[in-house]
Design a protein around this ligand. Structure first.
Ligand SMILES: [Zn+2]
Length: 315
């Protein structure tokens, strides 16, 4: 779908949710996100055909952040178009390059202490090891044409190296999964999975950063296109969710002086939120771990050492 001249949204489904990549056809052809391992061959390059582009014309693929549905296609792109440069945020580089690191350091880092995580082996959807040709730290510009460029923004919180691309001429922000409202919807509209931010304070900074950008339209990895006031409402809802989760965790810890495990906290928070579906609710381990790290740092909670799975108690 053409969003505005020379800018396209490429759509497919993954786990019932929309999965979007974005294509910029300027003097340089730039792709934002590469989908899962199969997305380039099933969706992205067939879309190239429709707009009369060859895979070899793709100059740069920017992976917004370390997650299998955003980075998994890097290997297929490089295989089909070896001249395309692969890129991501510097702080996400190792996770984006290597599915083993993605699983070990991001998806399953809570397994030993908290008994929550993904299936053991990297899913084939995560693709194969591929080195990044270039990494970004925010502040760079990608040239697209005369008086037309993308600004690379460093917008951490969901991941350490999360990037967004900003087109200041059109007031368009391509935000990936940097800001998440109350969770991620399915393509049919109902709630699909919980929020998955992790670093709470940096996530809040990213929301503030976005709120100050002049924006007319917001494009994301999975959410519907948002315009005008919908954008500010989405940012407000994202901040409200952080505050709500924090309050729920504290109240539940107060109610259970003997402490709560990660799985118990996930259930408590999910019950309070109300519409996170059961099958993906374990993904709330990311924000809950982030909130617990922050509450421990603030002296409001303590991690009990010695019990397995570990428990947090009110301080
Ligand atoms: Zn995503």
């Amino acid at each position: 779908m053409e969003l505005y001249p020379k800018v396209y949204q490429i759509q497919s489904l993954y786990g019932g949710r929309n999965l979007f990549q974005y294509l910029f056809v300027g003097d340089n052809v730039v792709l934002a996100d590469t989908g899962t391992a199969s997305t380039p061959e099933t969706t992205i390059f067939p879309f190239f055909d429709k707009v009369k582009l060859k895979p070899q014309q793709l100059m740069l693929a920017v992976t917004t952040h370390a997650d299998l549905d955003h980075q998994g296609g890097n290997d297929a792109i490089k295989r089909i178009s070896p001249g395309t440069m692969l890129s991501c945020g510097e702080a996400d580089r190792e996770l984006v390059e290597n599915p083993e690191s993605l699983y070990g350091q991001r998806y399953n880092f809570l397994k030993d202490d908290h008994d929550v995580g993904f299936e053991g082996d990297p899913s084939p959807d995560a693709g194969r090891h591929r080195y990044m040709d270039v990494t970004f730290t925010g502040g760079e510009r990608i040239h697209l044409g005369e008086n037309w460029w993308l600004e690379v923004l460093h917008v951490p919180g969901h991941s350490q190296g999360h990037l967004a691309l900003y087109d200041p001429v059109f007031g368009a922000l391509f935000a990936g999964d940097a800001v998440q409202g109350r969770g991620c919807p399915k393509a049919t509209g109902e709630m699909g999975i919980p929020v998955t931010y992790y670093h709470v304070d940096t996530y809040l900074s990213t929301i503030r950063h976005f709120e100050r950008l002049p924006l007319s339209v917001l494009y994301t990895g999975h959410w519907p296109v948002m315009r005008g006031e919908e954008i500010q409402d989405f940012f407000s809802e994202s901040r409200h969710t952080v505050e709500f989760v924090d309050r729920v965790i504290l109240r539940r810890l107060q109610k259970h002086p003997s402490g709560l495990t990660m799985k118990e906290l996930i259930n408590e928070v999910a019950e309070a939120v109300g519409d996170w579906p059961d099958d993906g609710v374990f993904l709330a381990m990311f924000p809950i771990k982030g909130h617990m790290d922050r509450l421990v740092q603030q002296g409001k909670a303590k991690l009990e050492v010695g019990s397995r799975p570990a428990k947090w108690v009110i301080a």
